[in-house]
Design a protein around this ligand. Structure first.
Ligand SMILES: [Zn+2]
Length: 220
């Protein structure tokens, strides 16, 4: 599936998770429009959606060690991620541990940082192909590790998603909910199938390259 900013609206039946079978109308344009960019669209010609490639799931998530995060806070944090995964019907996160000074770019690292005005902040980097790497989540305090609204919102940023103007969405800039809505899940589902498709295109392009290379005259 190719997604264009002007793509027609569609109806999505949620395939898995808490809302499986729910039919959700999706305004394709509003999901990618400036100012309400649940999907971050790459500059690539076919307008791929930024994210992790589905074949990489589950993505490792590590709490930065040596920050004094307690075992209870860690358990509470993982409970929130469990709820996200139950709602999505997919295992997208896996707990991993990292060393004090480790900085792996294929692990989502969760840390605390003093912030003046926000509860949390997520820094994401992606390739021209829309592939995420070097994702860092910062929460204002340890208590925020227990805040389902803040954690779910920031972890959705960590999966590559932006904000939504929809009031029922966890990706609203000031969410009034603490879990994913059916609309959120439908948009994630569409984004993942789009990435799965661009992952296939990547694979085919690589194979095509190999074939070209092999047809080069062989020097004896
Ligand atoms: Zn946000």
């Amino acid at each position: 599936m190719t997604l264009k900013a002007q793509a027609r609206d569609t109806i999505v039946t949620i395939e898995s998770g808490s809302y499986a079978g729910t039919v959700v109308p999706v305004a394709m344009g509003s999901a990618s429009r400036k100012g309400s960019r649940f999907w971050r669209i790459t500059m690539r010609r076919d307008g791929g959606i930024v994210g992790w490639n589905p074949s990489r799931f589950p993505i490792g998530v590590a709490l930065r060690p040596d920050r004094g995060i307690s075992a209870d806070d860690s358990v509470a944090f993982w409970k929130i991620l469990e709820q996200m995964q139950t709602d999505l019907g997919a295992r997208v996160f896996a707990p991993v541990t990292i060393g004090k000074d480790d900085d792996p770019d294929d692990v989502i690292i969760v840390d605390t940082r003093q912030m003046a005005s926000s509860e949390g902040m997520t820094l994401v980097t992606w390739t021209s192909n829309g592939l995420l790497y070097d994702v860092r989540v910062f929460l204002r305090s340890f208590e925020k590790l227990r805040d389902a609204s803040v954690v779910t919102h920031e972890m959705m940023h960590a999966l590559g998603f932006g904000h939504s103007g929809d009031h029922g969405s966890i990706m609203n800039a000031s969410p009034s909910t603490n879990r994913l809505s059916p609309q959120d899940v439908a948009l994630v589902q569409l984004a993942l199938s789009s990435r799965a498709e661009s992952e296939n295109i990547d694979l085919w392009e690589r194979l095509a390259l190999v074939i070209e290379r092999e047809t080069l005259p062989i020097k004896h």
